[in-house]
Design a protein around this ligand. Structure first.
Ligand code: NDP
Length: 326
């Protein structure tokens, strides 16, 4: 068994030397236990801020994976079945079953299991809840999403289109922008090359935005807020532009628009609606099967490359969900 540990707490952007690959020996499964082998592992932005609060130096890196049962003394999880689990960056894992979730029984044979970490997994649920529960988005409204070509962003934009909205997305490369247009986004631009973010946002939606699905935070947020429409809603999902800061950024400030336009801004975590997960995953899968929800992945081969995949995702190498094939 191999595990990736946090050798040193990250200072600024993570470095190769912050991680350490270790060997571990696992005992044979006892009654009720199963032995799992990683199939796909997820690398996600939250690992960067959560490493500070949830991990000590030397701990196994946190994270979710899709795993196959290779030995079982638990009837609920027969050999060959697939589960998702938050067991961290490890090739093998011994579980008593309490922390395992079986992949949906209706999962189509030809659909990659990695989607259980992406479009039909945590990022897909995040997109759905951010739009429906937090933004309470309605047909005919205009939505802005940033980090739009990422795991959450591509699902946000597509669901909003399904709901009859105008969708504007920003991302960090020309390839990403082209992909967003291909997905049906009404407007998309590269926030790194536009002359002025403010002008680009105005041009994309001259009448302003009803909903803002916030993935980036910081300066970006400050520029968007004055462009919100009356009774606009801001779903604060992430603030990736700040995760690697060593010094706190100045601002963003609460704008007077917040009051005059009676905006609502609400942070949320996908874990707020666990009772909805099974039904919501079925909805996402149904949209996918009906051809209404496209997906894309950035797959890195090899468990040994977990840190590289993680750092690549933080830099923006990925279009769609960043995953590692074990
Ligand atoms: P992505 O697949 O979108 O990958 C991260 C992307 O962020 C990169 O591809 C990059 O794209 C973009 N990015 C990196 N640095 C910056 C920066 N300084 N400014 C703007 N964009 C940047 O990740 P996810 O879809 O998994 O996550 C997106 C956001 O959602 C994150 O903030 C994450 O923390 C949050 N999240 C929150 C959850 C919740 O429960 N609240 C659950 C899941 C995710 P680009 O090329 O466009 O810069």
């Amino acid at each position: 068994t191999q595990v990736w540990t946090l050798r040193k707490h990250f200072q600024g952007f993570p470095k190769n030397t912050d991680f350490e690959l270790k060997e571990e020996k696992l005992p044979e499964p006892q009654n009720g236990e199963v032995l799992l082998e990683a199939v796909f592992l997820s690398v996600d932005p939250y690992m960067r801020p959560y490493s500070r609060v949830q991990m000590k130096e030397g701990d196994v890196m946190i994270g979710q994976q899709v795993a196959r049962v290779i030995q079982s003394k638990n009837l609920k999880f027969p050999v060959g079945s697939h589960v998702t689990t938050h067991c961290g960056w490890r090739t093998h894992y011994l579980s008593n079953g309490s922390d395992l979730v079986l992949v949906l029984p209706e999962w189509p044979k030809n659909l990659p299991l990695s989607l259980a970490l992406g479009a039909i997994g945590m990022p897909g649920l995040t997109a759905l809840y951010g739009l429906e529960e937090v933004c309470q988005i309605k047909s005919g409204e205009t939505l802005l999403v940033n980090a739009a070509a990422g795991a959450v962003g591509i699902i946000v934009g597509q669901i909003a289109k399904l709901k009859g909205c105008k969708v504007v997305g920003c991302a960090g490369s020309e390839d990403k922008v082209a992909f967003l247009k291909q997905l049906g986004f009404d407007e998309a631009f590269n926030y790194k090359t536009v002359r002025s973010l403010e002008e680009a946002l105005k041009k994309a939606a001259p009448d302003g935005y009803d909903c803002y699905f916030e993935n980036v935070g910081g300066h970006f947020s400050s520029v968007v807020m004055p462009q919100m429409r009356e009774f606009g809603r801001i779903a604060v999902c992430g603030s990736i532009s700040m995760y690697n800061d060593t010094e706190p950024q100045k601002g963003p400030y609460v704008h007077p628009e917040m009051i005059f336009k009676q905006l609502r801004m609400e942070g949320f975590l996908v874990h707020r609606w666990p009772h909805k997960h099974p039904e919501s995953l079925k909805r996402l899968l149904a949209w996918q099967q009906q051809g209404k929800l496209q997906w894309r992945e950035h797959v890195t081969e090899g468990f040994v490359n977990m840190p590289a995949a993680f750092m690549g995702m933080l830099k923006g190498d990925n279009i769609g969900k960043a995953v590692v094939k074990a």
